[in-house]
Design a protein around this ligand. Structure first.
Ligand SMILES: [Zn+2]
Length: 383
């Protein structure tokens, strides 16, 4: 059990690091004011954080230089797993990728194999420098129980049922370990690293990739739900064409408006579009072409039928579109606005602001690093 004094010290350290993260560079007296901590305490805590290589003067030559987070020494190790790609990265405290490495794998590779690949890649990256890592984060698609670090099920990765991911890594690394759903990680990349959301407490995050999913931030907390399925709206029925979904059901929203479904519908318009496969391809050929934009209009319409009631119930400040080429989202935003308004007239007055996340396709990798970093700031355990 922590003593009251230790708890207070943890709280103060977290407050200082978080303030430097969102508001830095700052002088000691500014930190004292912003964090509401006595100046004498600030000095001792800051000295400790400097010794831990977490904080440094912005300018070493200047006597009273403002302080910043030290983005040169400590790092979070981040892993992102997906059906066809394993990526590992060293991410600095400020979110820059110091190293990034990836390995493509054939679709249909089982989760255990993906985990083995990730462990080997991390061992190679770390070499003897593991002491500078503050923790390892693993982002994985599917239903994730982050408190236990278990993947309950990932529809598009075989052998993923009840896989104890955290325990798997624990056998190889003596570091704090975090496991989280990939879409929730992407949301966190926006909240923690993209400063435009720093004052937002209620955010609805949507991504359209190989799947369609969302994640929720309510009163500043990421919501997992009672069965870890919060935000999984991609598997709600959205049509009657009898289209097979990877989850085993038919006509899920994903089968109508994920990137493969939209690009396939565009390829069917004309042989001129036979090379349209990615979100970027879709956006480029949509430019001013009525038949292509009709496909997008229809797909977005199906999504908004499901999205609008969710937005109306939660009343978020922001709707963030992420983990995809911004050009694609720029192309669909006019349809999003149109369908939201037609589903729910009050959106004109009370609808959320719509943003496109900047972290693009690195979002889940960056977000899991952000979760590792924030957690470490809350409870520094390598004194
Ligand atoms: Zn489905």
């Amino acid at each position: 059990m922590l003593s009251e004094q230790e708890r207070k010290r943890d709280q103060n350290r977290y407050q200082i690091l978080k303030t430097l993260h969102f508001r830095g560079p700052l002088q000691r007296f500014e930190l004292a004011n912003l964090c509401d901590i006595r100046k004498s305490s600030i000095t001792s805590i800051v000295n400790e954080l400097v010794d831990l290589d977490l904080v440094r003067p912005q300018d070493y030559q200047r006597k009273r230089s403002p302080l910043i987070l030290d983005d040169t020494r400590r790092y979070a190790a981040a892993v992102s797993l997906s059906p066809s790609l394993v990526r590992v990265a060293k991410v600095s405290l400020t979110g820059t990728f110091q190293r990034i490495n990836e390995k493509t794998v054939p679709e249909g590779t089982g989760l255990r194999k993906l985990l083995n690949i990730a462990v080997e890649m991390l061992k190679k990256e770390f070499r003897g420098k593991i002491k500078k890592a503050i923790g390892i984060g693993i982002s994985c698609p599917g239903l994730i129980d982050s408190s236990k670090g278990v993947c309950l099920q990932a529809a598009n990765i075989p052998d993923s049922q009840n896989m104890p991911i955290r325990n798997f890594f624990k056998k190889h690394f003596a570091l704090p370990l975090h496991v989280e759903n990939d879409v929730r990680c992407s949301l966190w990349a926006s909240v923690w690293f993209e400063q435009f959301l720093k004052d937002f407490q209620n955010v609805f995050y949507v991504e359209i990739t190989h799947g369609v999913g969302s994640a929720l931030l309510i009163n500043g907390t990421i919501i997992e739900g009672a069965h870890f399925t919060a935000g999984e709206f991609g598997h709600i029925k959205a049509g009657d064409n009898g289209q097979n979904c990877l989850c085993g059901k038919k006509d899920c929203l994903e089968t109508y408006c994920n990137i493969p479904a939209i690009s396939k519908a565009i390829r069917q318009i004309s042989p001129a579009y036979r090379d349209v496969y990615s979100a970027g391809d879709i956006a480029r050929c949509a430019n001013g072409n009525k038949r292509v934009t009709n496909v997008l209009d229809k797909a977005v319409g199906r999504m908004v039928k499901i999205l609008a009631p969710l937005i109306a119930s939660l009343d978020p400040q922001a709707l963030v579109l992420g983990n995809q080429e911004p050009l694609f989202y720029n192309t669909i935003i006019p349809f999003l606005h149109k369908h939201m308004l037609s589903e729910h007239k009050a959106m004109a007055q009370f609808g959320p602001q719509i943003f496109i996340a900047k972290s693009g396709k690195d979002a889940s990798l960056k977000g899991i690093a952000g979760l590792v970093i924030e957690d470490y700031f809350k409870k520094i355990n390598d004194k």
